[in-house]
Design a protein around this ligand. Structure first.
Ligand SMILES: *[C@@H]1O[C@H](CO)[C@@H](O)[C@H](O)[C@H]1NC(C)=O
Ligand SMILES: *[C@@H]1O[C@H](CO)[C@@H](O)[C@H](O)[C@H]1NC(C)=O
Ligand SMILES: *[C@@H]1O[C@H](CO)[C@@H](O)[C@H](O)[C@H]1NC(C)=O
Ligand SMILES: *[C@@H]1O[C@H](CO)[C@@H](O)[C@H](O)[C@H]1NC(C)=O
Ligand SMILES: *[C@@H]1O[C@H](CO)[C@@H](O)[C@H](O)[C@H]1NC(C)=O
Length: 550
């Protein structure tokens, strides 16, 4: 009798545990299982055939369309001839850097192998994208859009648009990405791109269907390697509503600078008068801050109209007008009155009142290391060890990286290779200043976090500049531009435990070493294998091991 009871008690206990667990972890409203095969395919977006990375035969790859709290499983099958990983640009992977898909957090999926990413979308809505993070593979495509939708109970601060479009814009090279990589390895920089693609298509190939009078949401991301693009639509204004998971103050723009790695949502309302029936309009993404004219062109068709739009193409700002660009950036503000993933308004988080614990000044540059051109942060050029940092940390392999190797402020040492990891305490509130000493624009992206873009200025940053910061309604985002010979300051609340990549989103600079990692953990937490799942997700059951982590 008592023996027969035992399994029942066991089930009850298990059930109880699972109830407790589901109450503590945000309950998963639903889950989706996606199966993605990554392979090469010959495509010729600009008329010249090239080996393109496609996902399920699509370029750009399929839309990842998910909702806050949803669990997403993506089984990625690597059918390339090289190792592969996807990273989710702007998706925060709360407490779960195990799923971040960069070389410092994951061992690669080897050719012929597959690996299932499993993550829950938490406390986040908005527009993002994914891309291949290894070996300059994003020069061959492999990217795609990510939408994180609001749960039904959460209000969206604008009327439901008639439809949504993902608009992936980016510079494009006709060269094979492996040849481009060899060029960088050989110490030369990339040429200018050959053109600009919209949704993987060349000039006038991408089309978007509007109905007169209806409003559409365009989710625009710059998925390119290094070129800032100015986005605009002939005869239409764009109302900016969201960027990288934050709702913006609703302002109208004729054109919008989208820097590499950035995402925006705009609402566009189609005209509705007697002349608006059978017409079409140009959509343009033009290269900024480069010495040549380069345009991506799409077409908006009213009621499916097939005819070409009337010339001329809409004009953008002057090619090198940095002031225009910086003033536009300054005009993009957080909407304090509305909620995002949660019902409480964004403005209830008063980021300007929190004492700053620490300042990091990250100065970027180039240098010759062992006679090879490398990009640096505070003179260190990141060089990957054979074991991902996250795994080295977990298995306590103490000699893979040495936190503190990279100085917190530039000390103008000789450039060197190194594994840059900055240690931070959970919930430290950090000011990061990106000092761009180069004559070209940069963008910086933080995995795992959004941050407040409180200030930008020309010249060298010093503490006196803090008096100029926007401490009220600065935008919160994950990717920010740094103008040439200028600085950008951000404030970041390090409340997401894990190993997080902070990178130049310029693919060339990053490939040549301009990135680092921030390790965020609690004080006194010494054995990573005993971390409670309340604090950080446990090592995935399907984790791939490599290097010295075996
Ligand atoms: C994305 O998901 C939302 C919420 O489930 C759904 O309403 C919408 O139709 C989906 N969009 C696409 C393009 O699948
Ligand atoms: C890619 O897929 C094809 C067809 O399924 C298969 O024959 C080939 O071995 C795969 N290649 C790799 C590297 O996995
Ligand atoms: C690989 O894919 C198979 C199904 O195709 C799946 O059962 C298995 O769990 C996947 N492996 C990993 C490590 O995700
Ligand atoms: C130059 O290369 C050698 C051998 O690869 C390496 O040991 C050394 O650290 C490198 N020098 C610098 C300055 O990184
Ligand atoms: C940050 O500074 C505040 C105010 O000085 C202090 O209360 C807090 O403990 C510090 N946090 C960390 C993580 O050091």
């Amino acid at each position: 009798m008592s023996l027969a009871m035992k399994p029942r008690i066991k089930t009850t206990v298990l059930r109880l545990i699972s109830i407790i667990l589901s109450a503590v972890f945000v309950t998963a409203d639903s889950a989706q299982l996606l199966d993605w095969t990554v392979s090469f395919s010959q495509r010729a977006p600009l008329g010249i055939p090239k080996q393109v990375i496609v996902i399920n035969d699509q370029f750009p790859g399929p839309l990842l369309n998910a909702t806050t709290n949803e669990v997403v499983n993506v089984n990625v099958h690597n059918n390339l001839t090289e190792p592969f990983l996807i990273t989710w640009n702007g998706v925060q992977m709360r407490k779960n850097s195990w799923q971040d898909g960069v070389q410092g957090t994951n061992c690669p999926i080897l050719p012929g192998q597959n690996w299932t990413y499993t993550f829950q979308l938490k406390d986040q809505i908005g527009s993002f994208f994914y891309f291949p993070s290894l070996l300059l593979q994003n020069a061959a495509g492999g990217y795609g859009p990510v939408r994180v939708n609001n749960r039904e109970v959460i209000a969206v601060p604008f009327p439901q648009p008639r439809a949504e479009f993902d608009v992936l814009i980016g510079d494009w090279y006709n060269a094979d990405y492996q040849d481009m990589r060899a060029r960088l390895d050989g110490g030369s920089l990339l040429h200018l791109p050959d053109g600009i693609l919209i949704n993987g298509l060349g000039p006038s190939q991408a089309t978007f269907d509007f109905e007169p009078g209806a409003t559409y949401r365009l989710r625009i991301s710059n998925v390119g390697l290094k070129t800032t693009l100015n986005f605009r639509i002939q005869g239409h204004q764009m109302q900016l509503v969201e960027t990288e998971g934050s709702y913006t103050a609703k302002k109208y723009y004729d054109n919008l600078d989208v820097h590499v790695g950035q995402s925006y949502s705009v609402l566009v309302t189609a005209h509705n008068d007697e002349s608006s029936g059978n017409t079409s309009y140009y959509m343009v993404a033009s290269a900024r801050f480069v010495p040549v004219k380069m345009l991506g062109i799409g077409i908006i068709r009213y009621s499916g109209y097939q005819g070409v739009p009337l010339a001329p193409l809409p004009m953008g700002p002057m090619l090198y007008d940095y002031i225009y660009s910086a003033e536009q950036a300054y005009s993009i503000r957080w909407d304090l009155a509305v909620g995002a993933a949660r019902p409480n308004p964004q403005g209830s988080y008063r980021y300007g009142n929190i004492p700053i614990n620490r300042t990091l000044v990250l100065s970027n540059g180039v240098g010759l290391i062992n006679d090879t051109l490398r990009f640096t942060v505070n003179q260190i050029s990141f060089s990957y060890p054979d074991t991902p940092l996250k795994l080295a940390d977990y298995f306590q392999l103490s000699d893979v990286f040495m936190p503190g190797l990279i100085p917190n402020t530039p000390d103008y040492r000789r450039p060197e290779l190194g594994v840059s990891v900055i240690d931070a305490v959970h919930r430290e509130y950090v000011q990061v200043v990106f000092q761009n000493n180069m004559r070209f624009i940069q963008t910086w992206h933080a995995d795992g976090y959004n941050f407040f873009v409180v200030g930008m200025g020309f010249g060298m940053w010093d503490e006196s500049k803090m008096a100029t910061y926007n401490m009220v309604d600065a935008i919160s985002r994950s990717t920010v531009q740094v103008y040439p010979l200028s600085w950008t300051a951000i404030l970041i609340m390090l409340d997401n435990q894990g190993m997080w990549n902070l990178r130049s989103q310029n693919a060339e600079s990053r490939y040549l070493g301009q990135e680092l990692y921030i390790r965020v953990k609690r004080v006194g937490q010494n054995d990573p294998s005993t971390i409670s799942p309340w604090v950080e997700s446990p090592i995935p059951k399907n984790v791939i091991k490599c290097g010295r982590a075996i």
